[in-house]
Write a protein that binds this ligand. Structure first.
Ligand code: LRH
Ligand code: MN
Length: 430
């Protein structure tokens, strides 16, 4: 792949200085895991096979409604965003796909964009439509809704945009459309809660009808924001019922930040899987609302418990278990590349810990109602420092042992600050 952003020699030199120490840590962990009947190479192989997609919008600095604080050298268009995502893939080797957002990533030639990404070692995961903002020159405003608008012209425009996104996705080699709508109300009485759902289902059915045979439509629920009284698809219940109504290609996407604090998200994952509707994830973390913080940065145990359910689902796949794994974060105060590197590590770490769980001991404890040993079966795995496994998995495919250290040593951001035009001050998520 000609266009890789960083020099392979620099990565090799970095690894050469650290490999002996890593081998020592890996072998010592291997002995400790072997004593509990776990084959470390088997865990490494599972980890090596797990990948997660990066959000193109996450490669730029994000913001809130109050402000956004750009950094020098941040990407200003999809081409620069792809280059930064390629840095994350080249160092971490766990993020070979990006999930684009339209019209934010609009270009004139999508086949050329597909090639450009392939040259950077990247493919395209689910495409995201956007009917939560008005674009310049747009005929109808989404001010009072899009797929659920009382105005048929607005709904038709929103459906057409989603179908355009499917067309773009076909050119990019994607096989899924993520549909999140901010549609809802700020006042009781503003809209009929029943009729707005009916309009959503009607519009979604038109989008569904345009899906190619092998595509999926991922419905993303969210409790609130931008609407603050009601949201049309506000929880997993509304989402699964809508997906069942639409058909087999419709599945539910779980954005970890879209739930009320303390909701048992791992149980939602188990339920969606039980009914064959677990379609994908937007990994991030939060403490209060849809904070879009780095995955595993606030509640790493919850992330582990979500992956514990995913490993259970892998063991009992029902009809077609292959969720789309994607990150969806807003990097307001860190270098986005560093946050994506650290988040991918946290996600793979949660998966590795879940793979290490002694499922036999867990089952036995659950059968015997041995509460403490059931809990300990999970806690014993959660306690393991799996970072040597993650580092060994990526070094074996050309990644870096210490991704953040090498990223900083590469001077990538400083170099881009010289080349890229500065991003203006502003506010909002992107
Ligand atoms: C909505 C959401 C959705 C994206 C947007 C950037 O909060 O999670 O997935 O379209 O963030
Ligand atoms: Mn999301």
């Amino acid at each position: 792949m000609a266009g890789l952003p960083l020099s392979a020699d620099q990565i090799a030199e970095h690894n050469a200085a650290r490999l002996d120490a890593l081998r020592d840590e890996y072998d010592s962990l291997g002995r400790s895991l072997a004593r509990r009947g776990v084959d470390i190479d088997g865990v490494k192989a599972r980890v090596a096979g797990f990948t997660v997609a990066l959000p193109t919008w996450g490669s730029g600095v994000g913001g809130t409604r109050f402000a956004k604080f750009p950094i020098p050298g941040e990407p200003t268009n999809i081409h620069e965003k792809l280059a930064d995502c390629a840095v994350v893939q080249q160092l971490g080797r766990a993020t070979p796909r990006v999930s684009p957002h339209f019209p934010w990533d609009k270009v004139s030639d999508y086949s050329a964009l597909r090639e450009e990404a392939a040259d950077l070692g990247l493919g395209f995961d689910a495409v995201n439509s956007n009917t939560f903002q008005d674009q310049a020159g747009q005929t109808h405003s989404y001010r009072t809704g899009s797929l659920t608008s009382t105005d048929a012209g607005v709904r038709a425009q929103a459906v057409e945009h989603n179908i355009d996104c499917i067309e773009i996705g076909r050119k990019l080699g994607s096989t899924a459309l993520t549909v999140w709508v901010g549609d809802g109300t700020n006042f009781p009485g503003q809209q009929s809660l029943g009729a707005s759902l009916d309009r959503y289902l009607d519009s979604a059915a038109s989008i569904y009808a345009a899906l190619p045979g092998d595509w999926r439509m991922l419905l993303e629920h969210k409790m609130f924001e931008p609407a603050f009284y009601s949201t049309v698809i506000s929880d997993w219940g509304s989402s699964i019922l809508a997906a069942q109504e639409l058909g087999p290609k419709a599945r539910c996407l779980v954005d970890l930040g879209h739930h009320a604090p303390n909701v048992n998200i791992e149980q939602i994952v188990a339920r969606l899987h039980r009914f064959g509707k677990l379609g994908g994830f937007h990994f991030n973390d939060s403490k209060y609302g849809d904070d879009d913080l780095d995955s595993g940065s606030i509640n790493p145990h919850q992330l582990f418990l979500v992956f514990n359910e995913l490993v259970e689902a892998q063991l009992n796949p029902r009809d077609g278990f292959d969720p789309a794994y994607m990150i969806d974060q807003s990097h307001n105060i860190t270098d986005p590349i560093e946050s994506m590197l650290s988040s991918a590590e946290a996600i793979l770490g949660a998966y590795a810990k879940a793979v290490i769980v002694d499922r036999e001991a867990l089952r036995a404890a659950q059968e015997a109602n041995d509460v403490m040993m059931g809990f300990q079966a999970l806690r014993r795995a959660y306690r393991v420092d799996v970072s040597p496994i993650l580092a060994m998995a990526r070094v074996e495919v050309g990644g870096a042992i210490d991704v953040l250290d090498l990223y900083r040593a590469s001077g990538w951001r400083e170099r881009k600050a010289q080349e890229r035009k500065p991003v203006g001050l502003g506010a909002g998520i992107v």
